[in-house]
Design a protein around this ligand. Structure first.
Ligand code: AMP
Length: 194
């Protein structure tokens, strides 16, 4: 299975991504996690990533695309993968499409986790208090939601028109949401094989 999971910050993508990856025995690749791990290094690139993340904006397409292409070339991705938090811009969509085409692969589905704004803001503030994530304060949360609405939400239409979008209600207990995702993916798979 080659999957993407999309949704606003705080929709529960990371949690669901881990469960979906385990279920289908594929690696979950989170660009947010990759950047969080990177930002502690003492290099110009790490400093740049740290500043961008703390402002709530997006890391450049150039850097992000290179990181993802390197990761997808690893042997554990040959049987499938789940990308969490990538692509986030139209240019990233294009790069991913081209890269998959070059390597004779296509996506099976794009999971869109739906959640309302009040709920995601409440979740992000709670996560900030628990994890101490520096990109989860009031100001950056607002910026991140705005950047998501402007730059990433339009990608859902691209995948919808490509017949890949699988929309799932992201509100509720974690297990309940996972079950919804699995059921929606199976229904999507059946539709594709008819
Ligand atoms: P996340 O954990 O997915 O919410 O990502 C945290 C932060 O990492 C984002 O707010 C961005 O600054 C950066 N980031 C993660 N994925 C991407 C991406 N695909 N493109 C650009 N920036 C990204």
């Amino acid at each position: 299975m080659r999957l993407l999971i999309m949704g606003p910050p705080g929709a529960g993508k990371g949690t669901q991504a881990m469960r979906i990856a385990e279920h289908y025995r594929i690696p979950a690749i989170s660009t947010g996690d990759i950047f969080r791990a990177m930002k502690h290094a003492d290099t110009p690139l790490a400093r740049q990533v740290r500043e961008i993340m703390e402002s709530g904006g997006y890391v450049s397409d150039e850097i992000t695309n290179e990181i993802v292409k390197d990761r997808l070339a690893k042997p554990d991705c040959q049987e499938g993968f789940l990308l969490d938090g990538y692509p986030r811009t139209l240019q990233q969509v294009q790069t991913l499409d081209d890269y998959l085409a070059e390597t004779n692969r296509t996506l099976d589905a794009v999971i869109s986790l739906l959640a309302d704004t009040d709920e995601v803001v409440a979740r992000l503030l709670k996560r900030a208090a628990i994890d101490g994530r520096t990109d989860d304060n009031d100001e950056t949360i607002r910026v991140r939601l705005k950047v998501y609405a402007e730059q990433t939400e339009p990608l859902l239409d691209v995948y919808r028109s490509g017949g890949l979008l699988v929309e799932v209600n992201g509100l509720g207990e974690i297990d309940e949401v996972s079950e919804r995702v699995f059921a929606a993916l199976e229904a999507h798979r059946e539709r594709q094989t008819i």
